[in-house]
Design a protein around this ligand. Structure first.
Ligand code: ADP
Length: 168
């Protein structure tokens, strides 16, 4: 039987428990999920693409099951071209509180205009993560706040190192 592959694109700057919740749910449906960092050179990021990739690999590929079913990658350019390269037409996105809806609707609709076969599938995280975003994590961490309920321990460590380095 053909394996069902889906792409989960995002900034992952940094990876949060919200992203991980979405990935876990998507693995109930798909045989393989490609978690792919979208390289947006217009957007200033906290972590470089290499650092974000290292975090995704260290955190997500820990278990044998995950190693087989999750692929970590990055891409720039159009998502629709990337999907063709990955030989899939399925995109995974997460939906938090209603604030995501407008942007996600626009993103999914414009991708469909470019590639009519595309299907965007939305996953709703558990409630405690529905107000969690990477930008909130960055903001709290900048002021030395505790983000350990929002991101896994490896990310907490990387954030501390990053701000130490940035603040000198
Ligand atoms: P952010 O908006 O936090 O910077 P990304 O660009 O990495 O996140 O988001 C990639 C996808 O993951 C988007 O569809 C976004 O809505 C979703 N997502 C991000 N955080 C969460 C969360 N806490 N719960 C569910 N989905 C999320």
């Amino acid at each position: 039987m053909k394996k069902k592959i889906a792409v989960y694109p995002g900034s992952f700057d940094p990876l949060t428990y919200g992203h991980m919740d979405v990935i876990q749910r998507s693995l109930k449906i798909f045989d393989r999920v490609v978690v792919s960092i979208f390289i947006n050179s217009n957007k200033k990021s906290l972590f470089s693409v290499e650092e974000r990739c290292d975090i995704l690999k260290k955190v997500l590929l820990q278990s044998a099951i995950n190693r087989k079913s999750i692929e970590i990658d990055c891409f720039d350019g159009l998502l629709v071209d990337y999907l063709k390269e990955k030989k899939t037409d399925i995109v995974i996105r997460g939906l938090r509180a209603i604030s995501d809806l407008e942007y996600e609707f626009q993103y999914a609709a414009s991708n469909r205009t470019l590639y009519p076969d595309i299907e965007t599938i939305f996953f709703m995280p558990r409630q405690r993560y529905s107000y969690l975003s990477s930008s909130v994590v960055r903001e709290i961490a900048y002021f030395n706040g505790d983000v350990s309920k929002m991101v896994p321990p490896y990310v907490v460590k990387k954030i501390k190192e990053k701000f130490k380095q940035l603040k000198g």
